[in-house]
Design a protein around this ligand. Structure first.
Ligand code: AMP
Ligand code: GLY
Length: 428
Protein backbone atom coordinates (compact mmCIF):
# COMPACT_ATOMS: atom_id res chain seq x y z
CA UNK A 1 0.00 0.00 0.00
CA UNK A 2 1.12 3.54 -0.68
CA UNK A 3 2.69 5.40 2.24
CA UNK A 4 1.22 8.83 1.73
CA UNK A 5 -0.96 11.47 3.34
CA UNK A 6 -2.35 14.96 2.94
CA UNK A 7 -1.30 17.43 5.65
CA UNK A 8 -3.65 20.34 6.40
CA UNK A 9 -2.06 23.40 8.05
CA UNK A 10 1.10 25.39 7.38
CA UNK A 11 2.60 26.65 10.66
CA UNK A 12 5.60 25.60 12.74
CA UNK A 13 3.74 22.62 14.20
CA UNK A 14 2.93 21.29 10.76
CA UNK A 15 6.55 21.88 9.67
CA UNK A 16 7.65 19.52 12.46
CA UNK A 17 4.97 16.96 11.59
CA UNK A 18 5.89 17.11 7.92
CA UNK A 19 9.61 16.69 8.69
CA UNK A 20 8.86 13.59 10.77
CA UNK A 21 6.33 12.03 8.39
CA UNK A 22 8.84 12.47 5.58
CA UNK A 23 11.52 10.75 7.67
CA UNK A 24 9.04 7.94 8.31
CA UNK A 25 9.12 7.33 4.57
CA UNK A 26 5.73 8.80 3.73
CA UNK A 27 4.97 10.98 0.74
CA UNK A 28 3.32 14.15 2.06
CA UNK A 29 0.94 16.34 0.06
CA UNK A 30 0.38 19.86 1.37
CA UNK A 31 -1.77 22.94 0.83
CA UNK A 32 -0.22 26.41 0.59
CA UNK A 33 2.94 25.15 2.33
CA UNK A 34 5.44 27.30 4.21
CA UNK A 35 9.09 26.87 3.09
CA UNK A 36 9.83 23.91 5.42
CA UNK A 37 6.69 22.03 4.46
CA UNK A 38 7.35 22.81 0.79
CA UNK A 39 10.79 21.21 1.06
CA UNK A 40 9.37 17.94 2.40
CA UNK A 41 6.13 17.67 0.44
CA UNK A 42 4.29 17.96 -2.85
CA UNK A 43 2.15 21.05 -3.08
CA UNK A 44 -1.48 20.58 -4.15
CA UNK A 45 -3.18 23.01 -6.53
CA UNK A 46 -5.29 25.90 -5.16
CA UNK A 47 -8.70 24.80 -3.93
CA UNK A 48 -11.67 27.11 -4.27
CA UNK A 49 -12.67 28.90 -1.06
CA UNK A 50 -16.32 27.95 -1.58
CA UNK A 51 -15.69 24.27 -2.26
CA UNK A 52 -12.48 23.74 -0.30
CA UNK A 53 -13.36 20.37 1.23
CA UNK A 54 -14.91 18.87 -1.87
CA UNK A 55 -11.90 20.00 -3.94
CA UNK A 56 -9.65 18.45 -1.28
CA UNK A 57 -11.58 15.17 -1.27
CA UNK A 58 -11.42 14.97 -5.08
CA UNK A 59 -7.67 15.54 -4.98
CA UNK A 60 -7.24 12.88 -2.27
CA UNK A 61 -9.20 10.34 -4.36
CA UNK A 62 -7.40 11.22 -7.57
CA UNK A 63 -3.95 10.75 -6.01
CA UNK A 64 -4.99 7.70 -4.00
CA UNK A 65 -3.95 9.35 -0.72
CA UNK A 66 -4.29 7.14 2.32
CA UNK A 67 -5.32 9.71 4.96
CA UNK A 68 -5.68 13.37 5.75
CA UNK A 69 -3.82 14.66 8.83
CA UNK A 70 -5.34 17.81 10.31
CA UNK A 71 -3.03 20.26 12.12
CA UNK A 72 -5.04 23.33 13.21
CA UNK A 73 -8.31 23.34 15.20
CA UNK A 74 -9.97 25.65 12.68
CA UNK A 75 -10.52 22.75 10.25
CA UNK A 76 -11.83 20.48 13.01
CA UNK A 77 -14.32 23.14 14.04
CA UNK A 78 -15.46 23.44 10.42
CA UNK A 79 -16.29 19.73 10.43
CA UNK A 80 -13.45 18.72 8.07
CA UNK A 81 -13.21 15.22 9.58
CA UNK A 82 -16.94 14.58 9.29
CA UNK A 83 -17.06 15.74 5.68
CA UNK A 84 -14.00 13.78 4.55
CA UNK A 85 -15.09 10.62 6.37
CA UNK A 86 -18.51 10.87 4.73
CA UNK A 87 -16.60 10.61 1.42
CA UNK A 88 -14.83 7.47 2.63
CA UNK A 89 -11.52 9.23 3.35
CA UNK A 90 -9.53 8.30 6.47
CA UNK A 91 -8.67 11.19 8.75
CA UNK A 92 -6.28 11.74 11.64
CA UNK A 93 -8.23 14.28 13.71
CA UNK A 94 -11.46 14.23 15.70
CA UNK A 95 -15.03 14.90 14.54
CA UNK A 96 -16.54 18.34 15.08
CA UNK A 97 -18.46 16.99 18.08
CA UNK A 98 -15.36 15.45 19.71
CA UNK A 99 -13.33 18.61 18.99
CA UNK A 100 -15.79 20.50 21.24
CA UNK A 101 -13.44 19.50 24.04
CA UNK A 102 -11.38 22.43 22.71
CA UNK A 103 -13.84 24.54 20.72
CA UNK A 104 -16.45 24.82 23.49
CA UNK A 105 -14.84 25.37 26.89
CA UNK A 106 -18.18 25.28 28.75
CA UNK A 107 -18.81 21.84 27.28
CA UNK A 108 -15.32 20.73 28.37
CA UNK A 109 -15.85 22.01 31.92
CA UNK A 110 -19.27 20.38 32.21
CA UNK A 111 -17.87 17.10 30.94
CA UNK A 112 -14.98 17.19 33.42
CA UNK A 113 -17.44 17.98 36.18
CA UNK A 114 -19.75 15.08 35.29
CA UNK A 115 -16.87 12.59 35.22
CA UNK A 116 -14.96 13.92 38.25
CA UNK A 117 -11.88 14.99 36.35
CA UNK A 118 -9.84 17.45 38.46
CA UNK A 119 -10.11 21.01 37.16
CA UNK A 120 -10.63 24.53 38.56
CA UNK A 121 -14.02 25.29 40.14
CA UNK A 122 -16.15 27.17 37.61
CA UNK A 123 -19.45 28.85 36.72
CA UNK A 124 -20.86 29.64 33.31
CA UNK A 125 -22.31 33.00 32.29
CA UNK A 126 -24.48 33.74 29.28
CA UNK A 127 -25.00 37.46 29.78
CA UNK A 128 -23.51 40.68 31.15
CA UNK A 129 -25.97 40.60 34.07
CA UNK A 130 -25.03 37.04 35.00
CA UNK A 131 -21.32 37.88 34.78
CA UNK A 132 -21.76 40.77 37.20
CA UNK A 133 -23.65 38.45 39.52
CA UNK A 134 -21.07 35.64 39.30
CA UNK A 135 -18.17 37.88 40.30
CA UNK A 136 -19.09 37.63 43.99
CA UNK A 137 -18.47 33.87 43.94
CA UNK A 138 -14.80 34.35 43.02
CA UNK A 139 -11.87 35.99 44.79
CA UNK A 140 -9.18 37.87 42.88
CA UNK A 141 -7.39 36.63 40.90
CA UNK A 142 -9.86 34.60 38.90
CA UNK A 143 -10.09 33.75 35.21
CA UNK A 144 -12.75 34.61 32.64
CA UNK A 145 -12.59 32.52 29.47
CA UNK A 146 -14.68 32.90 26.38
CA UNK A 147 -16.12 29.51 25.53
CA UNK A 148 -15.35 29.46 21.81
CA UNK A 149 -12.12 29.63 19.81
CA UNK A 150 -10.17 32.87 20.29
CA UNK A 151 -6.66 32.14 18.90
CA UNK A 152 -5.25 31.65 22.41
CA UNK A 153 -6.42 35.13 23.51
CA UNK A 154 -9.66 34.14 25.21
CA UNK A 155 -8.43 33.58 28.78
CA UNK A 156 -8.50 36.79 30.83
CA UNK A 157 -6.83 36.85 34.23
CA UNK A 158 -8.86 39.16 36.49
CA UNK A 159 -6.70 40.60 39.27
CA UNK A 160 -8.84 43.55 40.36
CA UNK A 161 -12.01 45.58 39.65
CA UNK A 162 -10.38 47.43 36.75
CA UNK A 163 -9.51 44.16 35.02
CA UNK A 164 -13.07 42.97 35.53
CA UNK A 165 -14.56 46.16 34.03
CA UNK A 166 -12.21 45.90 31.05
CA UNK A 167 -13.20 42.27 30.51
CA UNK A 168 -16.89 43.19 30.61
CA UNK A 169 -16.20 46.00 28.14
CA UNK A 170 -14.31 43.77 25.73
CA UNK A 171 -16.69 40.82 25.97
CA UNK A 172 -20.09 42.51 26.11
CA UNK A 173 -19.85 46.16 25.11
CA UNK A 174 -17.19 46.07 22.39
CA UNK A 175 -18.03 42.51 21.34
CA UNK A 176 -14.31 41.82 20.73
CA UNK A 177 -14.76 38.04 20.88
CA UNK A 178 -17.99 37.91 18.84
CA UNK A 179 -19.82 34.56 18.96
CA UNK A 180 -16.94 32.92 20.83
CA UNK A 181 -18.14 34.83 23.94
CA UNK A 182 -21.78 33.65 23.85
CA UNK A 183 -20.87 31.72 26.96
CA UNK A 184 -18.11 32.76 29.34
CA UNK A 185 -16.50 30.43 31.85
CA UNK A 186 -15.54 31.89 35.24
CA UNK A 187 -12.79 29.86 36.89
CA UNK A 188 -10.87 30.00 40.12
CA UNK A 189 -7.20 30.72 39.56
CA UNK A 190 -4.91 27.70 39.76
CA UNK A 191 -1.40 28.15 41.10
CA UNK A 192 1.46 25.88 40.09
CA UNK A 193 3.51 24.93 37.04
CA UNK A 194 2.02 24.09 33.66
CA UNK A 195 2.88 21.21 31.36
CA UNK A 196 1.43 19.81 28.15
CA UNK A 197 0.64 16.11 27.85
CA UNK A 198 -0.09 14.77 24.35
CA UNK A 199 -2.21 11.66 23.95
CA UNK A 200 -2.33 9.76 20.65
CA UNK A 201 -5.61 7.89 20.72
CA UNK A 202 -8.23 6.00 18.72
CA UNK A 203 -10.71 6.94 21.44
CA UNK A 204 -9.99 3.97 23.67
CA UNK A 205 -6.40 2.80 23.37
CA UNK A 206 -3.76 5.49 23.71
CA UNK A 207 -0.06 6.27 23.68
CA UNK A 208 1.51 9.13 25.63
CA UNK A 209 4.17 11.34 24.10
CA UNK A 210 6.87 12.76 26.39
CA UNK A 211 5.46 15.77 28.31
CA UNK A 212 6.56 19.20 27.14
CA UNK A 213 6.45 22.71 28.55
CA UNK A 214 5.33 25.76 26.63
CA UNK A 215 6.43 29.33 27.43
CA UNK A 216 3.34 31.48 26.91
CA UNK A 217 4.50 34.95 27.93
CA UNK A 218 6.13 37.17 25.32
CA UNK A 219 9.25 38.13 27.29
CA UNK A 220 11.90 36.64 29.57
CA UNK A 221 10.98 35.79 33.18
CA UNK A 222 7.29 35.40 32.33
CA UNK A 223 6.84 39.10 31.53
CA UNK A 224 4.55 40.63 28.92
CA UNK A 225 1.30 39.49 27.31
CA UNK A 226 0.24 35.90 26.63
CA UNK A 227 1.20 34.60 23.19
CA UNK A 228 0.57 31.44 21.20
CA UNK A 229 3.86 30.17 22.69
CA UNK A 230 7.44 31.53 22.55
CA UNK A 231 9.33 28.29 23.05
CA UNK A 232 9.18 24.82 24.50
CA UNK A 233 11.25 21.92 25.66
CA UNK A 234 10.72 18.19 26.13
CA UNK A 235 10.70 15.95 28.01
CA UNK A 236 9.43 18.07 30.90
CA UNK A 237 10.37 16.27 34.12
CA UNK A 238 7.80 18.21 36.11
CA UNK A 239 5.63 15.23 35.21
CA UNK A 240 7.74 12.44 36.68
CA UNK A 241 6.76 8.78 36.36
CA UNK A 242 4.50 8.93 39.42
CA UNK A 243 2.66 12.02 38.19
CA UNK A 244 2.29 10.55 34.70
CA UNK A 245 0.65 7.47 36.23
CA UNK A 246 -1.61 9.74 38.26
CA UNK A 247 -2.53 11.76 35.14
CA UNK A 248 -3.45 8.56 33.33
CA UNK A 249 -5.66 7.37 36.16
CA UNK A 250 -7.34 10.67 37.04
CA UNK A 251 -7.42 12.42 33.67
CA UNK A 252 -6.54 10.45 30.53
CA UNK A 253 -8.62 7.32 31.05
CA UNK A 254 -11.64 9.18 32.49
CA UNK A 255 -11.76 11.79 29.69
CA UNK A 256 -11.52 9.19 26.92
CA UNK A 257 -14.25 7.18 28.67
CA UNK A 258 -16.39 10.33 29.07
CA UNK A 259 -16.08 11.19 25.38
CA UNK A 260 -17.01 7.64 24.36
CA UNK A 261 -19.97 7.61 26.72
CA UNK A 262 -21.25 10.88 25.25
CA UNK A 263 -20.87 9.54 21.73
CA UNK A 264 -17.99 11.85 20.94
CA UNK A 265 -15.25 9.22 20.56
CA UNK A 266 -12.00 11.15 20.12
CA UNK A 267 -9.68 10.01 17.37
CA UNK A 268 -6.42 11.91 16.90
CA UNK A 269 -4.22 13.85 19.28
CA UNK A 270 -5.75 14.95 22.55
CA UNK A 271 -3.76 17.69 24.30
CA UNK A 272 -4.12 18.02 28.05
CA UNK A 273 -2.87 21.33 29.46
CA UNK A 274 -2.12 20.51 33.10
CA UNK A 275 -1.37 22.55 36.22
CA UNK A 276 0.83 20.73 38.70
CA UNK A 277 0.95 21.92 42.31
CA UNK A 278 2.47 19.99 45.17
CA UNK A 279 1.76 16.58 43.66
CA UNK A 280 -1.79 17.52 42.62
CA UNK A 281 -2.75 17.76 38.94
CA UNK A 282 -5.57 19.82 37.43
CA UNK A 283 -6.71 20.24 33.84
CA UNK A 284 -6.37 23.84 32.63
CA UNK A 285 -7.63 23.02 29.16
CA UNK A 286 -7.98 20.30 26.58
CA UNK A 287 -7.10 20.86 22.94
CA UNK A 288 -8.08 18.64 20.07
CA UNK A 289 -4.78 18.81 18.15
CA UNK A 290 -1.02 18.93 18.57
CA UNK A 291 0.34 21.95 20.47
CA UNK A 292 2.49 24.62 18.88
CA UNK A 293 5.45 25.00 19.70
CA UNK A 294 5.51 21.85 21.91
CA UNK A 295 5.32 19.54 18.87
CA UNK A 296 8.55 20.98 17.48
CA UNK A 297 10.38 19.84 20.65
CA UNK A 298 8.68 16.45 20.93
CA UNK A 299 9.19 15.30 17.33
CA UNK A 300 13.00 14.71 17.57
CA UNK A 301 12.38 12.41 20.57
CA UNK A 302 10.13 9.97 18.69
CA UNK A 303 11.91 7.00 17.12
CA UNK A 304 8.70 5.10 16.25
CA UNK A 305 6.97 5.75 12.95
CA UNK A 306 4.42 8.48 13.62
CA UNK A 307 3.03 7.77 10.17
CA UNK A 308 2.13 4.16 11.06
CA UNK A 309 0.50 5.28 14.32
CA UNK A 310 -1.51 7.95 12.52
CA UNK A 311 -2.70 5.41 9.95
CA UNK A 312 -3.82 3.06 12.74
CA UNK A 313 -5.68 5.88 14.48
CA UNK A 314 -7.29 7.06 11.26
CA UNK A 315 -8.57 3.48 10.86
CA UNK A 316 -9.99 3.68 14.40
CA UNK A 317 -7.73 0.91 15.69
CA UNK A 318 -4.49 1.86 17.41
CA UNK A 319 -2.44 -1.33 17.29
CA UNK A 320 0.99 -0.02 18.31
CA UNK A 321 1.43 -0.76 22.00
CA UNK A 322 4.63 1.07 22.80
CA UNK A 323 6.26 4.19 21.51
CA UNK A 324 9.99 4.15 20.94
CA UNK A 325 11.24 7.33 22.59
CA UNK A 326 14.96 8.13 22.63
CA UNK A 327 16.92 9.56 25.56
CA UNK A 328 17.42 13.01 24.09
CA UNK A 329 16.26 16.43 25.29
CA UNK A 330 15.01 19.01 22.89
CA UNK A 331 14.50 22.78 23.10
CA UNK A 332 12.65 25.06 20.67
CA UNK A 333 12.99 28.84 20.48
CA UNK A 334 10.42 30.90 18.56
CA UNK A 335 11.64 33.90 16.61
CA UNK A 336 8.81 36.44 16.39
CA UNK A 337 8.19 39.81 14.76
CA UNK A 338 8.67 42.83 17.02
CA UNK A 339 5.35 43.81 18.57
CA UNK A 340 3.94 40.27 18.56
CA UNK A 341 1.40 39.29 19.92
CA UNK A 342 -0.08 42.79 19.55
CA UNK A 343 0.50 44.89 16.44
CA UNK A 344 3.56 43.34 14.87
CA UNK A 345 5.75 44.12 11.89
CA UNK A 346 4.83 42.59 8.57
CA UNK A 347 6.90 42.30 5.43
CA UNK A 348 10.16 41.58 7.29
CA UNK A 349 12.55 40.19 4.69
CA UNK A 350 15.48 37.99 5.58
CA UNK A 351 18.06 35.60 4.20
CA UNK A 352 19.00 32.23 5.66
CA UNK A 353 22.11 30.72 4.13
CA UNK A 354 22.17 26.96 3.70
CA UNK A 355 23.89 24.68 6.23
CA UNK A 356 24.44 27.34 8.89
CA UNK A 357 23.07 25.22 11.73
CA UNK A 358 24.74 22.18 13.30
CA UNK A 359 23.50 18.64 12.74
CA UNK A 360 21.46 18.48 15.95
CA UNK A 361 19.49 21.59 15.06
CA UNK A 362 16.42 21.84 12.87
CA UNK A 363 14.93 25.00 11.41
CA UNK A 364 11.14 24.92 11.17
CA UNK A 365 9.56 27.78 9.27
CA UNK A 366 6.28 28.94 10.81
CA UNK A 367 4.67 32.11 9.39
CA UNK A 368 7.04 32.76 6.53
CA UNK A 369 7.13 32.46 2.78
CA UNK A 370 9.94 32.11 0.27
CA UNK A 371 10.47 35.04 -2.09
CA UNK A 372 13.49 33.56 -3.89
CA UNK A 373 16.15 30.97 -3.03
CA UNK A 374 17.11 31.38 0.66
CA UNK A 375 15.24 34.70 0.82
CA UNK A 376 12.06 34.92 2.88
CA UNK A 377 9.35 37.23 4.21
CA UNK A 378 7.19 36.91 7.33
CA UNK A 379 3.47 36.27 6.91
CA UNK A 380 2.58 36.33 10.63
CA UNK A 381 3.87 37.00 14.14
CA UNK A 382 5.71 33.78 14.91
CA UNK A 383 8.11 33.53 12.00
CA UNK A 384 10.65 30.76 12.65
CA UNK A 385 11.26 27.99 15.19
CA UNK A 386 14.69 26.60 15.90
CA UNK A 387 14.89 23.22 17.63
CA UNK A 388 18.06 21.63 19.01
CA UNK A 389 18.42 18.24 20.64
CA UNK A 390 21.17 16.84 22.84
CA UNK A 391 21.86 14.40 25.67
CA UNK A 392 20.75 16.78 28.43
CA UNK A 393 18.35 19.69 28.70
CA UNK A 394 21.21 22.10 29.51
CA UNK A 395 23.09 21.03 26.39
CA UNK A 396 20.04 21.34 24.15
CA UNK A 397 19.41 24.87 25.49
CA UNK A 398 23.05 25.88 24.92
CA UNK A 399 22.93 24.43 21.45
CA UNK A 400 19.72 26.13 20.37
CA UNK A 401 20.95 29.54 21.55
CA UNK A 402 24.36 29.20 19.91
CA UNK A 403 22.54 28.41 16.67
CA UNK A 404 19.83 31.07 16.84
CA UNK A 405 22.54 33.73 17.25
CA UNK A 406 23.49 32.97 13.65
CA UNK A 407 20.12 34.35 12.57
CA UNK A 408 20.50 38.10 12.75
CA UNK A 409 17.12 39.30 11.55
CA UNK A 410 16.22 42.92 12.16
CA UNK A 411 12.75 43.62 13.53
CA UNK A 412 12.48 40.30 15.36
CA UNK A 413 12.94 39.03 18.91
CA UNK A 414 13.05 35.82 20.91
CA UNK A 415 13.12 34.81 24.57
CA UNK A 416 16.48 34.01 26.15
CA UNK A 417 15.26 31.78 28.97
CA UNK A 418 13.49 28.90 27.21
CA UNK A 419 13.97 25.67 29.13
CA UNK A 420 15.48 27.32 32.22
CA UNK A 421 12.61 26.20 34.44
CA UNK A 422 13.08 22.62 33.30
CA UNK A 423 16.60 22.38 34.73
CA UNK A 424 15.16 22.92 38.19
CA UNK A 425 12.73 20.01 37.67
CA UNK A 426 15.58 17.76 36.61
CA UNK A 427 17.28 18.27 39.94
CA UNK A 428 14.30 17.06 42.00
P1 AMP B 1 -6.59 28.57 27.93
O1 AMP B 1 -7.24 29.57 27.04
O2 AMP B 1 -7.54 27.79 28.75
O3 AMP B 1 -5.61 27.78 27.17
O4 AMP B 1 -5.69 29.40 28.93
C1 AMP B 1 -4.54 30.10 28.49
C2 AMP B 1 -3.57 30.23 29.64
O5 AMP B 1 -4.16 31.01 30.70
C3 AMP B 1 -3.20 28.91 30.29
O6 AMP B 1 -2.17 28.26 29.63
C4 AMP B 1 -2.78 29.38 31.68
O7 AMP B 1 -1.47 29.90 31.66
C5 AMP B 1 -3.75 30.51 31.95
N1 AMP B 1 -4.93 29.97 32.68
C6 AMP B 1 -6.07 29.52 32.15
N2 AMP B 1 -6.92 29.09 33.10
C7 AMP B 1 -6.28 29.26 34.27
C8 AMP B 1 -6.63 29.02 35.64
N3 AMP B 1 -7.82 28.53 35.99
N4 AMP B 1 -5.72 29.32 36.58
C9 AMP B 1 -4.53 29.86 36.26
N5 AMP B 1 -4.14 30.12 34.99
C10 AMP B 1 -5.00 29.83 34.01
N1 GLY C 1 1.09 25.84 22.88
C1 GLY C 1 -0.26 26.07 23.16
C2 GLY C 1 -1.21 25.53 22.18
O1 GLY C 1 -0.83 24.93 21.19
O2 GLY C 1 -2.41 25.71 22.37
Amino acid sequence: MKRNLFLLGNGGRESALCYKLNRDGALVYSYNPNPTIASYSIKSPEFSKDSFYSDLSKFVEEKDIRMVVIGPEKYLDEGATDFLESKGIKVFGPSKEAAKIETDKSFAKELMNRYNIPTARYEISESLEKSIELKRFFNFPFVMKVSGLASGKGALIIKNDDDFEKALDDIYRKNVFKDAAKRVVFEEFLYGDETSLFILTDGEKFLLLPPAQDHKKAFDNEKGPNTGGMGSYAPCNLLNKKLIDKSVEKIVEPILYALRKEEKTFKGLLYAGLMVNDGEIFVVEFNSRFGDPETQSIIPLIDSSLYDIMVEISNGDLKTQNLKINDLYSTTVVLAAEGYPLDYKKGIRFTIEENIFDQNTILFHASSKEISTNFFENTGGRILNLTSFDTSLEKSIKRVYSNIEKLKIEGTFYRHDIGKKGIQYEKI
